[in-house]
Design a protein around this ligand. Sequence first.
Ligand SMILES: [Fe+2]
Ligand SMILES: [Fe+2]
Length: 255
Amino acid sequence: MERWAWDYVHADTLAAKLEPPPRPDRWETAPPPRPSIRPGRPPELRSLERPPKTPKAGALVDPSKRAQLVHTFFHHELQAAELMCWALLAFPDTPRAFRRGLTHIALDEVRHMRLYADHLERLGFAVGDFGVRDWFWERVPSVSEPAAFVALLGIGFEGANLDHTERFARLFRDVGDEEGARLQELVGREEEPHVRFAIHWFEHFAGGLEWERWRTHLPAPLTPIVMRGKPVVRESRRRVGMSEAFIDALESYVP
Ligand SMILES: [Fe+2]
Ligand SMILES: [Fe+2]
């Protein structure tokens, strides 16, 4: 398992990122070395110095603007898959059930990548046609304990995706891209168990999911401001087990 996770983080071809080999269910007897905090990058993925401008809602009638967004989503999924594998290696003392769960999620993210790559193709583009930024990699490995990892990536960023996918589904549908809209809805639904997993393990590592406890587990300078969409989708957040008080605090949070 450790080797499989290690190879996924460090792989530097698109084929290996899109089609990892079958996952073994055997574990090392001694903890592996700490993984690097830089993933392997296929040559197709050119990295940008600056974040690309997010296209305005009205611009999405243009397929190339939708493709740019889908490419960004593809790259988010890649980083999520890699970071799940990174955490398996970074926290060798955590229960196996937690680390095995991370690999299940990683494989969901890989499937999401393939779905986004397919939609890119439908729009007439391919992986590599736009630049990328390793925004999540620049931040997530700053966590030094598993509670902070699930607080940040699972509850924070995957939680935000519950809001984002709903908004983008609407925007894609508004310009007649029904398949793109359905893909957002599918990914949004499938992110729910990921957030539930994160909440379950946050409770195990740190205690119940209360606003202050969650907030204090986020590594500075990150705040909840980058962990919610507009609007906050209360229904899906309720479904994953966030309390009304937690959702209220998230919605009204001002740094
Ligand atoms: Fe995903
Ligand atoms: Fe996810």
